[in-house]
Design a protein around this ligand. Structure first.
Ligand code: NAD
Ligand code: IPM
Ligand code: MN
Length: 354
């Protein structure tokens, strides 16, 4: 098949991990006879430096014409002055809004090798297989903002329609899995959460085959560590989802392992690791590329419908973890490039066997 893939390397470790994702997609295209075209575009701090805009018109145009989008990460200390007029993160948010990708899918599966590296006891994390559906284009991230010398505000707003579509996405996914949805909110305090809970309950009634439970976000943060194996699909609003997914990533051993897919819009999906630009390790080949490589697998499956190819990439990642070919965040000494090479070799072997 033919596919136009837009690559947004971004800042910090973004270019290092994006290169790993592209290398894997190139190899898959070659092995399986697909024609993928890659075009790199500016976003974030890099785009501020080059165009004075974190999402310049040339990037917007490319995004709207793409079949799928692979992103590294944006942001860094260079652009983080709290009084700066423009920030790298604005580029990411503008892209999500432009593409209308309201559902951010963040799966968490444990591999025995890395589960042993988790700060949690292995008996606690055994059997963990969950997926977060994080609302991505609404809530406090996109509400009106004000700032004066004496105060500041961030408005949090949700419409019924915004809640309904993302909750429905969660129920549809749960139907293909363990048939359980946990809806996370702060309905004891927030009006938006009370609306969220009532919509989730109403939509849930249409899915009698799927169990629905409501959980307050503060206790959810605790349950994620004490009984993570009890969860299947977890759906929540934008900011709660941002925070809980970084927390949950630790169950698998490292933030660097977690992939994501942002979908639901009329156009292309966006695939990116959940981590940021990691300025503390940027430019040193220390970044774990597996979160991005697993995001590339999600791109193959969800945007291009290439199920076998996605499975080859995921099996290759499992193999590399089993081999113990690990970056520093997982206690190893392998470089970003060495781990990527190991995945490419494993993909080659798996594709031959397929
Ligand atoms: P971060 O995710 O960049 O880093 C948190 C910690 O995890 C750091 O110690 C980092 O070294 C480590 N880490 C992250 N990814 C790793 C990887 N692949 N391999 C090994 N270690 C990894 O979060 P932060 O430090 O809070 O934020 C840094 C910048 O990234 C900020 O400007 C923030 O806005 C931005 N950010 C961007 C995205 C994105 O582009 N999607 C996501 C989160 C944060
Ligand atoms: C993420 C990031 C972004 C978010 C930031 C950089 C805007 O943390 O993708 O998880 O909060 O959505
Ligand atoms: Mn985040």
């Amino acid at each position: 098949m033919k596919a136009q893939i837009v690559v947004l390397p971004g800042d910090g470790i973004g270019p290092e991990v994006a290169a790993a994702g592209v290398a894997v997609l190139r190899q898959i295209a070659e092995r399986f006879g697909h024609q993928f075209t890659f075009s790199e575009h500016a976003i974030g701090g890099d785009a501020i430096d080059r165009f004075g805009d974190p999402l310049p018109p040339s990037t917007r145009e490319a995004l709207l014409a793409a079949d799928a989008i692979l992103l590294g990460a944006v942001g860094g200390p260079k652009w983080s002055d709290p009084n700066a007029k423009v920030r790298p993160e604005q580029g990411l948010l503008a892209m999500r809004k432009l593409l209308g990708v309201f559902a951010n899918v963040r799966p968490l599966k444990l591999h025995p090798r890395t589960a042993a590296l988790s700060p949690l006891k292995p008996e606690r994390t055994q059997g963990v297989d969950l997926v977060f559906i994080r609302e991505l284009t609404g809530g406090i991230y996109f509400g009106a903002k004000t700032r004066s010398d004496t105060d500041a505000t961030d408005e949090c707003r949700y419409s019924v329609e915004e809640i309904e579509r993302v909750v429905r996405h969660a129920f549809e996914l749960a139907r293909t899995r363990k048939k359980k949805v946990t809806s996370v909110d702060k309905a004891n305090v927030l009006e938006t959460s009370r609306l969220w809970r009532s919509v989730a309950t109403r939509v849930g009634a249409e899915y009698p085959d799927v169990a629905l439970e409501h959980q307050l976000v503060d206790s959810m943060a605790m349950h994620l560590l004490t009984r993570p194996a009890d969860y299947d699909v977890i759906v929540t609003e934008n900011m709660f989802g941002d925070i809980l997914t970084d927390e949950a990533s630790v169950l698998a051993g490292s933030l660097g392992l977690s992939p994501s897919a942002s979908v639901g819009g009329p156009g292309a999906g966006v695939y990116e690791p959940i981590h940021g630009s990691a300025p503390d390790i940027a430019g040193q080949q220390l970044a774990n590329p597996l979160g991005t490589i697993l995001s590339a697998a999600m791109l193959l499956r969800h945007s291009l419908g290439l199920t076998d190819e996605a499975a080859v990439v995921e099996a290759a990642v499992d193999h590399v973890l089993e081999q113990g070919n690990l970056t520093r965040d997982l206690g190893g000494t392998a470089t970003t490039q060495a781990v990527t090479r190991a995945v490419l070799d494993a993909c080659h072997a798996k594709a031959e066997a397929a």
